[in-house]
Ligand binder design. Structure first.
Ligand code: PMP
Length: 388
C-alpha cells in the first residue's frame, strides 16, 4: 500500500517524478557548459510559459515573496505612489512590502470573496497619479481571480505599471503577459510551475525595464537589484559563463524539466485542463451542499477551490478526517474568515484521478462527521463534468 497522502494544497503541489529525479543529479559548477545550456533554456522557456515574447526573465533563489520583492525593490523609489487592487491576504502583503521601499500605498478593497470593480480601479487612477498598480491574479487566501486582461487595458490608458502577483496562477490560470499589457508577472517554483520550493520567477516588460533604468536613486535591496541580476540572465541566455550569486543549480535543472513538460502539453491545453478539473471540484463541493468563498462563480479561480465548512460541521475535525482518508487539504488563511473555510489546490501536474480522490476523501470525512448528504453525490457531480 502506498504510504503517503495526496497533497492537494494550493502550493507546494505534488511534483512530477522526472522533475524530482532532476533534483537528485550530481551538482555541477554553475559555469559548467551543460548547466549554462540548461539555464539558457529555462530563460527561453519562461517567455513561452508567461506568453511574454518581449519579456526579460529573472530566475533567482528565493520564495514567491522574494519575487514580489524583486518587483517592489526595483520599481519603487521613496515617495512613489502605488495602488494595490486588493483581493485578500497577498494584497495586504504587497502593500506592506511596497511601503518598506518608501511607496505611498493606497488599497482598493472589496468584501471578502469579492474583487474591486473595474470602474472603481479607473476612478482611483483618475483621481490621482500612480506609478504602479499591483494585482494578485489568484489570491490564495480567497480563491478569487482578478480580470488581468481588463486591468491591463486600464493600466495602459492611465500609464501606470501593472505588476501581477501570479504565484497562484501562472501556468495554471491563463495569463497572457504581453497581449494583456502586463509589466511584471511573477511567481514561485512550487505552484503551477511544478518545481519544489526555492525559486522566485519574474518577467519584466520593456516598459518595466525602462522604469528601472530611469530610477534616480540606487535600489536599496542589494540581493534583489535587477542591475546585479540582469547581466547574469543575459549571459546565461547568450550561453556565456557569469557570476553574481550562486544559482540554485539543482532547482534550476529541475525547473527546466517542468517547463519542458508544461510546454509539451501546450499552454492552452494546460489552461483548459485546469478549468475542467476546477469545474469538477467546484461542482462536487456545490452538490455536497457547501458554498465557496468567492461570491460569484466567475470570481472563482481555476487553480484552487475555497469551500466554506457546512453548518454544524467542525472545521478542524473535517480537515483531520479528510487527511485520515488520504488527502491533505489546507485550512483557511484570510484573517476575517480563517476558521470558516478550507482550501483545495488543483494546479500543475494535477490529474482527474487526483480530484476524484479528493472529492472521495471529502465525502468520507463528511459521512464520518454525520453530515447529512446523499452519499456519492459529490463524486457523481465531478464525474459528470469530467465526462464532458
Ligand atoms: N502570492 C500568492 C498569491 C501566494 O499564494 C503566495 C504563497 N502562498 C505568495 C505570494 C508568497 O509566496 P511564498 O510563500 O513562496 O513566499
Amino acid at each position: 500500500m502506498k504510504d503517503r497522502k495526496l497533497l492537494m494544497i494550493p502550493g507546494p503541489i505534488e511534483f512530477e517524478p522526472a522533475v524530482l529525479a532532476a533534483l537528485g543529479m550530481p551538482t555541477t559548477s554553475h559555469i559548467a557548459p551543460d548547466f549554462i545550456e540548461v539555464f539558457g533554456q529555462v530563460l527561453e522557456r519562461m517567455r513561452e510559459v508567461f506568453l511574454a515574447p518581449e519579456g526579460q526573465p529573472f530566475v533567482v533563489a528565493g520564495s514567491g515573496t522574494f519575487a514580489m520583492d524583486l518587483a517592489g525593490a526595483n520599481l519603487i523609489e521613496t515617495g512613489d505612489r502605488a495602488l494595490v487592487v486588493n483581493t485578500g491576504y497577498f494584497g495586504d502583503r504587497y502593500g506592506d512590502l511596497l511601503s518598506r521601499y518608501g511607496a505611498e500605498v493606497a488599497h482598493l478593497r472589496a468584501p471578502v470573496g469579492g474583487r474591486p470593480a473595474l470602474r472603481a480601479v479607473e476612478e482611483a487612477l483618475e483621481a490621482r497619479a500612480y506609478k504602479l498598480m499591483t494585482v494578485t491574479h489568484v489570491d490564495t487566501s480567497t480563491g478569487v481571480v482578478t480580470d488581468i486582461e481588463a486591468l491591463g487595458e486600464i493600466a495602459r490608458v492611465h500609464d501606470v505599471l501593472l505588476v501581477v502577483d501570479g504565484v497562484c496562477s501562472i501556468a495554471g490560470q491563463e495569463l497572457q503577459m504581453d497581449a494583456w499589457g502586463v509589466d511584471v508577472a511573477l511567481t514561485a517554483s512550487q505552484k503551477a510551475i511544478g518545481t519544489p520550493p526555492g525559486l522566485a520567477l519574474m518577467m519584466a516588460s520593456p516598459r518595466a525595464m525602462d522604469a528601472f533604468w530611469a530610477r534616480k536613486t540606487p535600489v536599496s535591496n542589494y540581493y534583489a537589484d535587477w542591475g546585479n541580476w540582469l547581466p547574469i540572465m543575459e549571459a546565461y541566455e547568450a550561453r556565456e559563463p557569469s557570476y553574481f550569486g550562486t544559482p540554485a543549480v539543482n532547482l534550476i535543472t529541475a525547473l527546466n524539466v517542468s517547463l519542458g513538460l508544461i510546454l509539451r502539453e501546450g499552454m492552452q491545453a494546460s489552461f483548459s485542463r485546469h478549468i475542467r478539473i476546477s469545474e469538477a471540484c467546484k461542482a462536487a463541493i456545490e452538490a455536497l451542499g457547501m458554498t465557496q468563498v468567492p461570491i460569484a462563480p466567475e470570481l472563482a479561480a481555476a487553480t484552487m477551490t475555497a469551500p466554506r465548512f457546512p453548518k454544524g460541521v467542525d472545521g478542524r475535525a473535517l480537515l483531520a478526517a479528510i487527511k485520515a482518508a488520504g488527502v491533505v487539504v489546507a485550512g483557511g488563511l484570510h484573517p476575517e474568515i480563517k476558521g470558516k473555510y478550507f482550501r483545495i489546490g488543483h494546479m500543475g501536474a494535477v490529474s482527474q484521478g487526483d480530484v476524484l480522490a479528493t472529492v472521495g476523501a471529502v465525502e468520507t470525512a463528511l459521512a464520518e462527521l454525520d453530515y447529512q448528504f446523499e452519499k456519492g453525490v459529490g463524486l457523481a457531480a465531478a464525474m459528470a463534468v469530467l465526462a464532458t
